[in-house]
Design a protein around this ligand. Structure first.
Ligand SMILES: *Cc1c(COP(=O)(O)O)cnc(C)c1O
Length: 373
């Protein structure tokens, strides 16, 4: 067993961490084996961005770091239904969503590997994030986007100089097109590429540091493909294993009821992800009918003693209104987690230390938001 490697989730075959691949030879998903280290004093003395956890991030040379100074978003206490909640304001990231954490690591790694062109598929935020980091890194970038996405998100992707390929049909059909194109290039995918989670895990590091190196009891997140959830799980586990914190929080994963394959698998006790009949949802960012890392997500949530919840469109809308009227302008997708939290509080005793991630800005979702006012 090597200490640093890419590892096939199916056969456990290992590849050196610096291999320019994004799937195993047989076409399966890869994870990363990497031993992070944490030095609280070093961390404290560095600038407030996610690179302060440098020894926990698998980039070899500082020269390859592609960064806008992202990270260190505020963690703010507010009252929701009388319960104190720590809000993590990741909608304030450089391109407007937490996806920048993943892109910062993934595109830095692509640069380190000498990659000159990447493809990605996205319903908006992952695409604009990857496009921005590719612009900064001077890497050519092609983004496959379903034809239905918000106009502003498309404009943002194009503005960074990325080539946009519009795909008629579902989110899954878009992913399939990108997957085929990626066979000849490098797939900067927030689902396939395991370096993405090495970036999203920094949200766990930040929350713990902001709570004086302790962790919440419970953390509530929206989930579609799980790129945030997987990162949170990895990050909190790394801190715990390194002896920096004394436990990992329970993860409460929230889906829009209209597209809720993970919720269904969880409540029905399935070990596979069922084929579902997806219906339209205002939460476009989590409208994922078949999450490729579904089994992994189910396993991670169960390992934390957590659960999946699903929320109706009306609950999402009402949660969006509630948080907007407290001064936080987020996109409807982000309100999925808050709607889930409100459900959770109805069924659980108060007194837990709870954190909630606000994932994306409202500024690029004006059309969807107009329908809510
Ligand atoms: C991508 C995204 C999510 C969900 O992330 P998954 O990786 O699909 O679980 C949630 N909120 C916003 C704003 C996003 O951009």
């Amino acid at each position: 067993m090597k200490s640093n490697s890419l590892i096939c989730t199916k056969t456990q075959t290992e590849y050196p961490l610096e291999t320019p691949i994004w799937q195993s030879e047989q076409g399966d998903l890869l994870d990363i084996r990497f031993k992070p280290s944490f030095d609280k004093k070093n961390i404290r003395n560095r600038p407030a961005n996610l690179w302060r956890y440098r020894e926990a991030l698998p980039i070899i040379s500082d020269e390859n770091i592609v960064s806008f100074g992202e990270g260190a978003t505020p963690l703010q206490k507010i009252l929701i239904e009388g319960q104190e909640v720590h809000l993590k304001l990741d909608f304030l990231m450089p391109t407007g969503s937490y996806k920048d954490r993943g892109s910062a690591l993934m595109i830095s790694k692509a640069k380190e590997l000498g990659i000159q062109k990447v493809v990605q598929d996205s319903s908006g935020n992952a695409g604009s994030s990857v496009a921005a980091y590719c612009a900064k890194a001077n890497i050519a970038c092609e983004i496959y986007v379903p034809a239905y996405v918000s106009e502003t998100k498309l404009l943002q992707i194009k503005s960074y100089g990325a080539k946009v390929v519009l795909v008629e049909g579902t989110r899954e059909q878009t992913a399939q097109k990108a997957y085929e194109a990626a066979k000849h290039t490098y797939y900067a995918s927030h689902v396939w590429n395991p370096f993405f989670f090495q970036g999203t895990k920094t949200i766990a590091f930040e929350i713990a540091e902001q709570l004086a190196w302790s962790v919440p009891d419970t953390i509530v997140v929206p989930v579609g493909n799980g790129s945030l959830l997987i990162g949170l799980y990895i990050g909190f586990r790394e801190l715990h294993k390194a002896g920096i914190t004394d436990k990992s929080p329970k993860i409460i994963a929230v889906q829009a009821k209209n597209v809720s394959p993970l919720y269904q698998a969880f409540t029905e006790g399935l070990t596979y992800i069922p084929a579902i009949q997806a219906q339209e949802t205002i939460a476009e960012g989590v409208a994922i009918g078949f999450p490729l890392r579904g089994k992994q997500i189910l396993q991670y949530v169960e390992l934390t003693g957590g659960a999946f919840l699903s929320v109706e469109e009306q609950e999402i809308k009402s949660a969006w209104q509630m948080i907007a009227q407290k001064g936080y302008f987020v996109e409807p997708t982000s309100a999925v987690a808050l709607a889930g939290l409100r459900q959770y509080l109805q069924n659980n005793d108060a007194g837990e230390k709870i954190a909630l991630i606000l994932t994306g800005t409202g500024l690029k979702a004006s059309t969807k938001i107009a329908s809510l006012l």
